[in-house]
Design a binder for this molecule. Structure first.
Ligand code: IMP
Ligand code: MG
Length: 174
């Protein structure tokens, strides 16, 4: 556990719930009559993906992929992707579910790999988006909240594996 830190609440549980409800409704409308495969990026997006899936009314399968680029509160610039137990996405309607898009490097790599596997369609849903930090040419099709450039924790987001279980989103000030 870091010492001497402050958590500044930024997005409340109620605000999170409203945004997840609205994303679930939008996705359900957009994929009406279709079947969906949500691919949750481990570990940060687990909390969001679990909430989102329960707000989607079309048939929905879930898969998981491990992608790691952060060390503490800075991006390493390289992305480790593990395709262990990865479902066959060929011909399927896939949405990648991410906790946050920061530089965009992780999602740019992931979507390049996914496109090569010939899904029927591929979209990105991120709960948080920090557009001012973008380095890669990528954007999400569905975004929960845009935030300024601060280090966010809670609702699945961590700092060295801490704070993921906070039910709200806070700025971590070290
Ligand atoms: P990107 O490749 O720079 O877009 O970073 C993507 C990954 O870095 C996210 O999926 C998070 O796991 C992590 N990350 C980026 N910004 C934050 C943050 O503010 N708090 C916690 N994790 C973050
Ligand atoms: Mg992540």
């Amino acid at each position: 556990m870091p010492t001497g830190y402050t958590l500044v609440p930024m997005i409340t549980e109620e605000q999170i719930r409203q945004r997840v409800d609205s994303l679930g409704r939008q996705i359900s409308e957009d994929y009406s009559g279709k079947e969906l495969l949500l691919i949750c990026t481990l570990k940060g997006a687990v909390t969001f993906a679990a909430d989102l899936a329960r707000r989607i009314t079309v048939p929905c399968e879930m898969g998981y992929i491990k992608a790691k680029s952060y060390d503490g509160s800075s991006t390493t610039g390289s992305v480790d992707i593990s395709f262990e137990d990865f479902p066959d996405i060929r011909g399927r309607n896939v949405i990648i579910v991410e906790d946050i898009i920061d530089t965009g490097i992780t999602l740019e790599r992931l979507s390049r790999h996914f496109k090569a596997m010939s899904p029927e369609s591929l979209k990105i849903c991120a709960f948080l988006d920090k557009p001012s930090r973008r380095k890669a040419d990528i954007s999400a099709d569905y975004v929960g909240c845009e935030i300024d450039d601060f280090f966010a924790v809670g609702y699945g987001l961590d700092h060295n594996e801490q704070f993921r279980s906070l039910p709200y989103i806070a700025e971590l000030v070290l």
